[in-house]
Design a protein around this ligand. Sequence first.
Ligand code: GLU
Length: 281
Amino acid sequence: MTFTTRFAPSPTGPLHLGHAYSALLAYDMAQAEQGRFLLRIEDSDTARSRAAFEAQIYTDLSWLGLTWEDPVLRQSENAAAYDRALAHLGARGLLFPCACSRGDIRNAASAPQEGAPMHGPDGLVYPGTCRHRDWKDRTATDAIRVNMSKALDHVPNLPRYTETGIHPALRLTRAEMIEQVGDVVLARRDTGQAAYHLSVVIDDAAQSITHVIRGADLASATPIHVLLQILLDLPTPIYHHHRLIRDDTGKRLAKRDDARAIALYRAQGATPQDLRQMVGV
Ligand code: GLU
């Protein structure tokens, strides 16, 4: 199978040095394998995505010297595929609607009988308030969550995958998946749009991705993605989680670290080679 990887930025802010590293690394790895490098615009969060940031992504990546295949997959154009996947999981009884706000979850998770609140890949592990609800009773403002315990009942072998980067593959037990990951969101509240964990697995399969190359900050989400791939009968790619680019104080660059935006370095006269040197790729 041809080595196929992707860079999947969200157009919610300018690309910064951390993105430059991730994109260049994926591109170089694909080149070294005579493979394919694809681009995906993760714009399913329409409230925060901006056309201007998407345009800037193309400009920044071209300036860095990257080329990618057409067509670019834009998540906002792939909603039907996410809805089909939700309907499939819902029909198997693995989903439930959830009306809880962040505040509701915080309050329920910190109730004395719950013990110390547990943090998972998406923040506080969901305390289960709406788990009794039927998926068919979803209202327009509900989120959709996967019932992790029921989902695992359908998976005879726990998620396993190959990891080639800096982060060891996470081999979570069933109990750990339930306690430390929990009932993650697959469709957002209010907008009903597919949430990251769902769209990323559908899109990686749609783009025939063989190697997912992304930051170590996403390593804890990978067992969720592998589980969803099993439930949806999708192939599991090889995962490569790379080191994160940090600022001078050692802090990981945030999504909105505009001070380190690629466009700003370019405006100040830096060359693509300078950026490669700065991030060490
Ligand atoms: N869209 C995600 C981000 O910008 C990347 C998702 C992924 O590579 O799986 O952080």
